[in-house]
Design a protein around this ligand. Structure first.
Ligand code: DGJ
Length: 750
């Protein structure tokens, strides 16, 4: 997978038959030049034919040369301070106060699999799965060594990049900027696709042509955030869901990040991604190293779905925590929208018992069970049971619920502190904020300084007390405010620029300790919904609560957008109460189920209030999810119709062996006298006949259609009223919000 043309100035070609990534060492400067990234090409013994050097008015590195300007050489890992005037991947502040660097090639190492990090989340890579190339660079102006890591996977069109900097010198250096990757594409014939949002409307999709200059998406909030997801894709203008070139970039990081595109006046497009350099200032003392997070680069020549499937596969296989106490994906009942803070033990036991009777696997007690928390005014950081609400304590509640034959889960918000807690009384200095300046609250709470290991240890102790004393199989790990007034009372003056990164390393540390102490506990991460839906959280978690917006129609956009990067098996999705608590919309129980089905599937409503008929429907819905969950969570997901463009949304999942598929079609705009509607399916076996069953729909016969026919002509959604024209006017109207789910299975010859 890694082809190297040896010599003083070697070239490197990473390829797996699905993509090629080529760069070489430049003789004149001893630096790395990017040569090609795209569809797989055959390895050659020389790539000099890819070098492009026009003589352009510019600053050149050496006297009498006119082609040694870094501005005009496509860079593999650009530095600051010399002839490239674009934004660099690395910026080092030297003891003299200058920021001028030159990184020269020293050598390389190859290995099967990859090295692990014990500091931060990374994709796994078994020796059979992947190969890693490490390029060793040295800084000409200090004793810093810079290692660029490239891991190429055998099965997916994916390369993972990261960077490690070591300071071997006597003097300390400051890293002002260290991005995980940078790449220069030779043209700007791309459109830019990214995910943006806000609380309760996360992962909305935007696609725009590139413009000259700099465009970036970032977070300065201490979390990857609702505002921008750490993902972007460059897509050829003709790229659709099913065809065309797509380059996706996804950062395995939960803190302040930067994704940046810079198009220069020669149309070169530089993409770079990593920790946000804004407010970042890392002191690298003698003998110390700094590791960047990983960027996962996915290539597709088969459109956006092709890219997403690479991300889904690699994240399911090499990232997600797969150990769980459940035999299958658990169907959970979450107490939040049913109870908010208003509950007692009796109410919880009643709800859990009914949940068990309806077929749920897990009962989750959300916020409000600890300290004295009857509103969101206090008690965070006091992780002891509120005995007024739960007189027998969590241990007894958990074992009573487990005794019913249903698992029990509990909500925490480990990173936060309220002022009415013993921890705050003892350690007011443990919150982030300057002691002599105003400290803003968010939802009446303050952020614990997780850069301080004592803080992490305290919260670990408190959480382990609860988790160790009771039968708790699931944790919902919430985080409901961003970091403002960033100042740590623990860090030294010169380390304040390290706070955001050290904070997130502290969060990883706590997650890691919980994982090690309770390996099988199922974790659903959450940050006021999707405020921290990123690959790094998924390294520790089994799933993520992706939005507090549980409205079925709004969820179409949120889940559609999120599926660009994240597998639907990670998307916390619930059937909730109507009128919906976020938008007041009324949709049928069926439609709410049909949307949540293409996610983790759970419920968040007061089941005690359901009519007998609705209870029966819920029971059927849970059975239905259980029947199709393996297909839904392990198959290939295809987006078919985009809710950002049309009133009809559609998506589907096809099993890896193409023997079965499930299709969801959702209408969010009714129209009288409608046009013809057909949905072209994808991913089916062309020559196979599929039985087409509409779920929740009685039908006398099951139609059979061929795969090629379903993909070329499509699923026909209009009815045929031939001979029944008189039924047309009196027919039952579908209504504004309407959904249909189809199950397809290859017809077996009898
Ligand atoms: C925000 C979460 O996203 C909700 O699901 C719920 O857990 C609340 N916090 C509880 O405070």
């Amino acid at each position: 997978m890694i082809f190297i043309n040896e010599g003083h100035y070697p070239s490197f070609h990473l390829t797996n038959g699905k993509l090629s990534y080529i760069f070489h060492v430049l003789e004149s400067t001893q630096t790395l030049e990017q040569l090609y990234y795209g569809a797989a090409i055959k390895p050659r013994d020389n790539y000099d034919y890819l070098i492009e050097r026009e003589v352009r008015p510019s600053n050149n590195l050496y006297q009498d040369t006119h082609t040694t300007s870094f501005e005009h050489i496509k860079q593999e890992f650009p530095v600051y301070g010399t002839t490239d005037f674009r934004y660099p991947a690395i910026e080092i502040a030297y003891p003299d106060g200058d920021h001028i660097s030159h990184l020269s090639y020293v050598g390389y190492t190859q290995l099967s699999g990859k090295h692990a990090s014990n500091l931060q989340p990374m994709l796994r890579a078994g020796e059979e799965d992947a190969a890693t190339l490490i390029i060793h660079l040295k800084d000409n102006y200090s004793q810093a060594a810079i290692d660029l890591h490239y891991t190429i996977y055998r099965e997916q069109a994916v390369i993972v990049r990261r960077v490690v900097v070591h300071n071997h010198g006597e003097e300390s250096l400051r890293l002002k900027r260290l991005l995980s990757m940078s790449i220069d594409f030779p043209h700007d014939d791309f459109e830019l696709l990214h995910l943006y949002g806000a609380w309760a409307r996360e992962t909305h999709l935007e696609r725009k042509p590139l413009i000259k200059g700099v465009q970036n998406f970032s977070s300065t909030r201490g979390a990857s955030s609702h505002a921008h997801n750490p993902f972007l894709a460059l897509v050829a203008p003709n790229t659709s869901e099913h065809q065309g070139e797509t380059f996706g970039f996804s950062l395995v990081y939960s803190g302040n990040f930067l994704s940046q595109i810079e198009v220069d006046t020669y149309h070169v497009t530089r993409v770079s991604m990593g920790i946000n350099p804004f407010q970042f200032d890392w002191h690298l003392d003698t003998g110390e190293s700094f590791e960047s997070p990983e960027v996962v680069m996915a290539y597709s020549s088969k459109g956006l779905n092709g890219m997403s499937q690479q991300f889904h596969d690699i994240y399911r296989q090499q990232l997600l925590h797969n150990e769980t106490p459940f035999e299958k994906a658990p169907v959970l009942l979450n107490s939040w929208e049913a109870n908010y803070f208003d509950f007692d033990e009796e109410k919880l036991l009643e709800q859990a018992q009914l949940a068990k009777d309806l077929g749920f696997d897990l009962f989750v007690l959300d916020d409000g069970w600890f300290g004295k928390r009857d509103s969101d005014n206090g008690s965070l950081g006091n992780w002891t049971t509120d005995l007024d609400k739960i007189p027998q304590g969590i241990r007894s509640l958990a074992s009573n619920i487990q005794a019913m034959g249903i698992h029990f889960g509990l909500w925490f918000e480990p990173e936060m502190l309220s002022v009415d807690t013993p921890v705050y009384q003892a350690h007011p200095e443990w919150i982030i904020g300057h002691p002599n300046k105003n400290i803003s609250h968010g939802r009446n709470q303050f952020v614990l300084d997780f850069s301080n290991p004592d803080v992490v240890a305290n919260i670990f102790e408190q959480m382990s007390q609860i988790l160790g004393s009771a039968e708790i199989d699931y944790i919902k790990w919430d985080m409901n405010r961003y970091i403002s007034e960033p100042f740590s009372n623990f860090l030294k003056k010169h380390q304040q620029g390290e706070l955001f990164h050290r904070y997130i390393l502290g969060v990883y540390d706590l997650l890691d300790r919980i994982r090690k102490a309770f390996p099988a506990v199922f974790i659903e991460t959450c940050a006021g919904g999707g405020g921290r839906y990123d690959p790094a959280m998924l390294f520790y978690a089994n799933q993520n609560w992706i939005s507090d917006d549980t409205d079925a129609i709004e969820r179409l956009k949120i889940q559609y957008g999120a599926s660009m990067v994240y597998p639907i098996s990670t998307m916390g999705s619930h059937v909730s109460e109507i009128p919906n608590h976020q938008v007041g919309r009324i949709t049928s129980l069926k439609m709410r189920k049909d949307v949540a089905l293409f996610g983790t599937f759970g419920y968040e409503l007061d089941i005690m209030k359901l009519s007998d008929a609705d209870r029966e429907e819920v029971r059927q819905q849970i059975n239905q999810f259980n029947q199709y969950q393996s297909l839904l969570h392990h198959g290939d997901f295809y987006r078919l119709n985009n809710p950002f463009e049309a009133g009809l949304t559609a998506w589907m999942v096809v099993s890896k062996d193409q023997s079965e598929a499930i299709v969801g079609v959702y209408q969010s705009q009714a129209s009288a006298n409608p046009a013809y509607e057909r949905i072209q399916l994808a991913g089916l076996a062309s020559d196979q006949a599929y039985e087409l069953l509409e779920l929740d729909h009685e039908s006398k016969d099951i139609p059979v259609r061929y795969g090629d026919d379903l993909m070329a002509i499509g699923l026909i959604l209009n009815e045929n009223f031939t001979g029944r024209a008189d039924e047309y006017w009196g027919r039952e109207k579908a209504g504004e919000y309407h959904s249909r789910v189809f199950y397809l299975k290859i017809k077996k010859d009898k």
